[in-house]
Design a protein around this ligand. Structure first.
Ligand code: NCD
Ligand code: ZN
Length: 378
């Protein structure tokens, strides 16, 4: 076991800044598994059917989630939509909504009501900048002309830069990035906040100044291990953006293990009923990781050490803590002192084959394979 030094290590609870918890039966099934992944804080995506486009609906959704799992802090988002105005943003800020998620129209699950023209939302972005609301970008352009799922993220990066230049104080997150090019783009963006000339401190937490962190990246668990061939042969590895080349995956691993607070964790756990992943009309995009989020990241780091992509001595508890907990919490302005802790252990645990209730089922990523274990510490 290459990462034996992590055996028995106690860490602050993880935070997951990109989750799909759905509604109804699927919500009932997956929400109780958040804490199994060592997570006590989640940023909840708004791509329900219909999408969450009003503050009232976001807060009702939050109540339903809290009723299922009162021991998780649910941070809520709105779905960027033509009905959202600067006034919506002011109301959202007042009533405790955390961010606004932008889906390019048609690129992923439940995105048909998404954005066609970013310029149309400039007044909304300007208000978000004033209100210090976070913009969460699904960073892909639609597949058309010579754009394919393989180039869709890279082709979005000029838009990211444009938005960043036009709204330099707007705090933007490039969600679930999958390419070395995106990692570089994020490193190049900011910090450009007026009056700050210092560089972003690394491993200086818990005092990561929020204002320095202008554009960040959420890195998922599955993109730290899968590549094109994985989803080409297995629908349960298919998600948007699709996993790319080994070099891209390795760039993500290095970013996640770098201690740079611009990169933090968001699983993009996206449950779909098993049947909708197995075919029929169109295979649903989304990889389900919720019950094993922390475990899968440690698995991926371990694998990367075995392959020589990362060095064992670089995967310290502090590095994992920064990526899985501290950097994201600092960016989202949450409490820096964690009161809850988890312990990592390598036992003989295996990912379950399927999760089901009497209404719905979902197949988890890396089903039936060995994984690390997480327990809550006293
Ligand atoms: C997500 C889903 O299923 O809601 N799917 C995915 O492939 N990641 C939507 C998204 O985040 O793109
Ligand atoms: Zn997502």
């Amino acid at each position: 076991m290459p990462l034996s030094k992590l055996q028995g290590v106690k860490l602050p609870a993880s935070a997951d800044f990109h989750v799909h918890l759905r509604d109804g039966d699927m919500m009932d099934l997956v929400t109780p598994t958040i804490r199994e992944g060592g997570v006590n804080t989640v940023f909840v995506m708004p791509n329900l059917v219909p999408p969450v486009t009003t503050v009232d609906r976001a807060l009702d959704y939050k109540k339903r989630l809290q009723a299922i799992e009162p021991n998780v802090n649910f941070l809520m988002s709105l779905y960027l939509h033509e009905t959202i105005t600067p006034e919506t943003i002011i109301e959202a800020k007042k009533r405790g909504i955390t961010g606004v998620k932008s889906y390019p129209a048609g690129v992923t699950t439940n995105s048909s009501a998404g954005v066609v023209d970013y310029a149309a939302f400039y007044p909304v972005f300007a208000e978000m900048e004033r209100q210090d609301m976070i913009l969460n970008l699904h960073g892909e352009v639609p597949s058309q002309g010579d754009v394919t799922v393989l180039s869709a993220e890279e082709r979005f990066l000029p838009t990211l830069k444009q938005l960043h230049e036009k709204f330099p104080k707007l705090r933007i997150i490039l969600e679930h990035c999958t390419t070395a090019a995106a990692v570089e783009a994020v490193k190049e963006c900011g910090p450009t906040v007026a009056g700050t000339s210092k560089s972003v401190p690394t491993l200086n937490f818990p005092l990561v100044p929020r204002s320095y962190l202008t554009t960040l990246d959420v890195v998922t668990a599955h993109h730290l291990s899968i590549i094109i061939d994985s989803w080409a042969g297995d629908p349960f590895c298919f998600c948007k953006p699709v996993a790319k080349t080994p070099a891209d995956r390795d760039a993500l691993l290095r970013a996640a293990a770098s201690g740079n607070p611009k990169f933090f964790f968001g699983s993009d756990s996206a449950p779909h009923p098993a049947a909708s992943k197995r075919g029929g009309e169109k295979i649903a995009a989304g990889v389900f990781t919720q019950p094993y989020t922390t475990q899968l990241v440690v698995d991926a780091f371990e694998q990367a050490c075995q392959n020589g992509v990362l060095k064992e001595e670089d995967i310290t508890p502090k590095i994992i803590e920064g990526f899985m907990s501290t950097f994201g919490r600092a960016f989202y302005g949450l409490e820096s002192e964690q009161k809850e802790f988890i312990t990592l252990e390598k036992k003989d645990e295996k990912v379950v084959n399927i999760l089901k209730s009497d209404k719905v089922d979902v197949v988890p990523f890396r089903r039936d394979q060995q994984t690390w274990s997480v327990t809550w510490s006293a």
